[in-house]
Design a protein around this ligand. Structure first.
Ligand SMILES: NC(=O)c1ccc[n+]([C@@H]2O[C@H](COP(=O)([O-])OP(=O)(O)OC[C@H]3O[C@@H](n4cnc5c(N)ncnc54)[C@H](OP(=O)(O)O)[C@@H]3O)[C@@H](O)[C@H]2O)c1
Length: 251
């Protein structure tokens, strides 16, 4: 198992799932639990620790990423950061302000830099920055605050010097993984929906996929396409490195 990037080790041992208690985070946990990686999961709630352990987390850290020192503690000794945090339903999606999508992600990026993390995977969204055409105007207006926050976080990650992959999924669903991924680049590429389980597989494989390094990619599933795709990329995802068999149902 070899990760790209220039961090402490070519063979990652410990990975962080920031936002493991969330819907994508839970899918990431189920993808990564069978691997030989030590999986550290985060939540803000002590009440969720048992659940995360039952779902296969080797370590659980209770952390609020608005607090820089919580981000430092969560990232400590991790080789890879998978960031799947997001703002819960709130008027702040419209108004913006202090959002985990900006402040929390930036605190994680800063902590990752200080901790010699080899690769940072960030779950952003179609609609952010150059991909705004992939989301309808009414939807963009409804979540303009969090879209701008994610745009700022994306920029901070690109500027950080960390090896990264930014995955911008379309509308997330809780459907089973389909494996029929359609991935584009450059913003105006693909639009539609995608199961969280497929996003998790893509995110899990990204640090082991040299062609995914330092790229910002839009992703939907073929079944979920809402318009003709363009600017598609053909990436040989290292699904085998994280034991993902797209033909098999999830555990
Ligand atoms: N909904 C969509 O259609 C869509 C489309 C594209 C992209 N996205 C983005 O994809 C990402 C994942 O979405 P999701 O629906 O799968 O996730 P989710 O279920 O909303 O989970 C969000 C996670 O963020 C954590 N979190 C929130 N605030 C935090 C804070 N201050 N400190 C630490 N952790 C915090 C939550 O942890 P606790 O609550 O346990 O503390 C939870 O684990 C989000 O960024 C979302 O904006 C969503």
């Amino acid at each position: 198992m070899t990760a790209i990037g220039s961090g402490r080790s070519d063979s990652p041992n410990r990975v962080l799932i920031a936002g493991a208690s969330g819907a994508t985070g839970t899918e990431l946990l189920s993808v990564l639990r069978p691997t030989d990686l030590t999986v550290r999961a985060t939540t803000r709630s002590y009440a969720t620790v048992d659940t995360l352990e039952r779902h296969g987390a080797d370590e659980v850290v209770v952390a609020d990423f608005f607090e820089p020192h919580d981000a430092v503690a969560a990232v400590k000794d991790c080789d890879i950061v998978y960031c799947a945090v997001g703002t819960p339903p709130s008027y702040r999606h419209v108004t913006g302000g202090k959002l985990v999508d900006r402040t929390g992600v930036m605190n994680l990026v800063t902590a990752a830099l200080a901790s010699d993390v080899s690769h940072f995977v960030f779950e952003s969204a179609i609609g952010v920055g150059s991909s705004k055409c992939g989301l309808s105007l009414p939807a963009r207006l409804l979540i303009r605050g969090s879209l701008k926050a994610k745009q700022d976080a994306e920029s901070a990650l690109r500027r950080s010097g960390l090896s990264y992959t930014i995955v911008r999924p379309g509308t997330l669903t809780d459907a089973p993984p389909r494996g029929d991924l359609v991935v584009g680049e450059g913003g105006h590429s693909v639009s539609g929906s995608i199961p969280r389980a497929d996003v998790a597989r893509l995110m899990a494989a990204a640090p082991f996929t040299p062609a995914a390094r330092n790229r910002t990619l839009e992703a939907v599933s073929r079944d979920g396409l809402s318009e003709t795709p363009r600017n598609l990329v053909d990436i040989d995802w290292a699904f085998d490195q994280v034991d993902v068999d797209l033909e098999q149902p999830r555990a």
